[in-house]
Design a protein around this ligand. Structure first.
Ligand code: SAM
Length: 301
């Protein structure tokens, strides 16, 4: 049964916001803007870092309006053209059938293999390897489902740490998001795991996820962080935050302790390597899909 129409209009960066406003004013249920070249070699990557000005939008984009099935498209287009002074709009119309939206959303998330022995499994899936360490995690408001290369890099690093080292290690997950790294550390055998985050929602999500995984890990607001020393510190935060937090991360890591830093783009690794070399003996960077993991060992202060 037909339920909605999707009107997709080709646009350019200066027009896109005004076009969205006019579509909403004339009855669109929702409007989204996407890169016109998404999923092609010409795709334009846009990243925002805390403290930076808003990154803007794509030069060539597609503005998509979701409309009631009986919307009068010709009148809507005439209004858009008249109000914005645009001629010859290029557009496409698609029909959306009713479907089971919960099932459709869940179908996008499959179990993620980190190693043969470590998997991230959505709660509605059967674990592909029941004997593996399976972290049960559903997509939520906090970052960290395991699908992003930066999380994957940190998880792979935790998984390859020697078991005797982990068994005596207290692990700090700075910028815990969903709590995935702290939960993984504890499940892999760490003595203790603590996560802190600047975002209250992340702390709540981490506590819920730890409970769902029957993992005893502590999560709290980074504003209350006590600067305790840990044997292992993982921090998957964007590079600008890692630069600012470097003294905190260094003072949180015991002499001889290990650090793993991610959320770093290829182009940002040199400056971070140089900065963290002040406190750590740094290893060769590890790369995945344009993202970098930096690891090191804390020198004696
Ligand atoms: C990329 S997510 C990483 C989440 C998870 N650790 C993972 O590896 O998937 C970064 C997290 O760091 C948090 N964050 C950003 N800046 C921070 C800061 N200055 N102090 C503490 N947490 C911060 C964000 O709220 C976010 O939850």
């Amino acid at each position: 049964m037909l339920h909605w129409l999707l009107l997709k209009i080709q646009s350019t960066e200066p027009q896109a916001d005004a076009l969205s406003d006019v579509l909403m004013a004339h009855g669109a249920l929702s409007v989204s803007i996407e890169d016109a070249h998404a999923d092609t070699l010409a795709e334009q990557a846009i990243f925002g870092e805390p403290g930076d000005p808003p990154p803007g939008i794509w030069q060539q984009n597609v503005v998509t309006a979701m409309l009631e099935a009986d919307a009068d498209i010709q009148t809507l287009l005439a209004n858009v053209q008249a109000e914005l002074g645009l001629d010859g709009l290029k557009y496409q119309l698609e029909q959306i059938e009713e479907q089971d939206w919960v099932r459709a959303t869940q179908a996008q998330f499959d179990p993620i293999r980190v190693t043969d022995d470590l998997w991230i499994v959505p709660s509605w899936h059967q674990a592909p390897n029941a004997d593996a360490i399976n972290i049960v995690l559903d997509p939520g408001l906090a970052f960290g489902t395991g699908s992003h290369p930066t999380t994957h890099l940190c998880l792979s690093w935790l998984a390859q740490l020697p078991k005797p080292l982990l068994a005596t290690a207290n692990v700090l997950d700075y910028g815990c998001g969903s709590g995935i790294l702290a939960i993984a550390a504890k499940k892999l055998g760490a003595q203790s795991a603590t996560g802190v985050d600047i975002d209250t929602q992340a702390v709540i999500a981490s506590r819920d996820n730890a409970l769902n995984n029957q993992v005893d890990a502590i999560f709290y607001d980074s504003a209350e962080y006590l600067h305790e020393p840990f044997e292992i510190v993982v921090a998957n935060i964007l590079s600008s935050a890692l630069m600012v937090l470097a003294p905190v991360i260094a003072s949180s890591c015991k002499s001889g302790g290990k650090v793993a830093l991610s959320g770093i783009l290829d182009s940002q690794q040199e400056i971070l390597l140089a900065h963290y070399a002040t406190w750590f003996e740094m290893d060769a960077p590890i790369q995945q899909d344009g993202w970098v993991l930096l690891t090191g060992t804390r020198r004696c202060p």
